[in-house]
Design a protein around this ligand. Sequence first.
Ligand code: G16
Length: 507
Amino acid sequence: AMDETQIASILKSSELYPIPQSVKLSYGTAGFRADASLLESTVYRVGILSSLRSLKLNSSTVGLMITASHNKVSDNGVKVSDPSGGMLSQEWEPFADQIANASSPRELVSLIKDFVEKEEIAIEKGGEVWLGRDTRPSGERLLRAAEIGVRSVLGSVAVDVGSSKLVLDGANGVGGLKMEVLIRSLSDIDVEIRNTGRDGGVLNEGVGADFVQKEKVVPLGFGVKDAGMRCASFDGDADRLVYFYIPSESCGGDKVELLDGDKILSLFALFIKEQLNIIGDEGKKCRLGVVQTAYANGASTDYVKEMGLEVVFAKTGVKHLHEKAEEFDVGIYFEANGHGTILFAECFLSWLVGKQKDYSEGSDKHNAVSRLVALSNLINQAVGDALSGLLLVEVILQHMGWSVQKWNELYKDLPSRQVKVEVLDRTAVVTTSEETEALKPLGIQDAINAEIKKYGRGRAFIRPSGTEDVVRVYAEASTQEAADSLASSVAQLVKSFLEMAFVRNIL
Ligand code: G16
């Protein structure tokens, strides 16, 4: 049966897709077909149906295809296929008709509720629906509606099996402009670039990777119309990269689901580890390691450790991470802010190239080795850059058949908060080499520790910025409210300890 949260989720998302007046739709010869402008609410509802169908069949994969086949381009349609690949069981067609024509969110929910009970569907397990579309211009918008429908059945995942469009925020900087040039020579990736600076937008103002990562809100030029889309942000000089998407439940709010440098690192680590596993015993000998900073979300560190990888910590600043990553055969480093890359040791790379000759072409091992060699050529091993990082994320997602949402599920970030404190003299703060503890001002670390103790999974540190006149505070805890409160009490400590230190200096 459906619980309150589930009901609320469908009620909320269905508000986004009101049914057009005076249309009567029926699941015909090949699903629903109509003028594309009438179909958003229908496709959204078929998304819900597809999740239920998957759940009914023990979470097997169900397909949802958006096409009006031979009909004119302004038409579109939606049909569902069962896990066998054949058409949706005809027994479900009457239910499809009923929900497609439900006149209000309440009626929709009540039809779904009755059906779930009648069919004895265990709705809490989570289903899986693969989405596809043809080349019709209305396809993308409808695919978004289908995705929202699928996910409004909580726990269900929608996998976009086409190479769907990426929307890039260029931070009104140099990266967006260069990306425009780069994508002209790429056929396998579809990118729409916004905030190129040409429309008068200001560099890094309300846009860009730093803004999105720190504030966790949508950059200018993005909004609820982009809900569910795979989006990415560069920073002003295009050496940072973060991904994000606007959750469908946001209904006009400005919050984003952020996939930061830690998530990018985790995706890269997973992919490389998989290739090494395919290579077998010899591959497993490779020393694959990860370098993070104190800013790394605790959940990401746990995730890579569980994968069996070695994790070391470095001081903020890519130059410090780079140095430590060089100690591995394959060293992946990323700052949470999206700065990072992957380094291949010379001798390991020549070993890989040698193996490429040993293994027979087309074999699994040959493919795995070739993927790693290609990766080493694609990624910028000098210091990393957002363009090559983005291309690598895109190929891995395509290789896995993953949506940005599926990628985001690798682990769930612990809630965190970063704030900066303007101080008279930031050099009064001196930290240990990994920046996790403050050595000066004397006594401040004990005071911070006492605050941390008050919170479940609490963690916090302070460090003087290396780029502006502030002291930075990072806090993490089991809820967002707790992380916010820990950050603000540590910020308060910074203020009072630094004022005292300043006064003492003058006296
Ligand atoms: C620079 C470094 C980054 C570092 C950041 C930290 O970023 O290149 O590796 O994470 O500074 O800044 P702060 O010390 O102020 O916290 P960017 O993007 O400004 O070159």
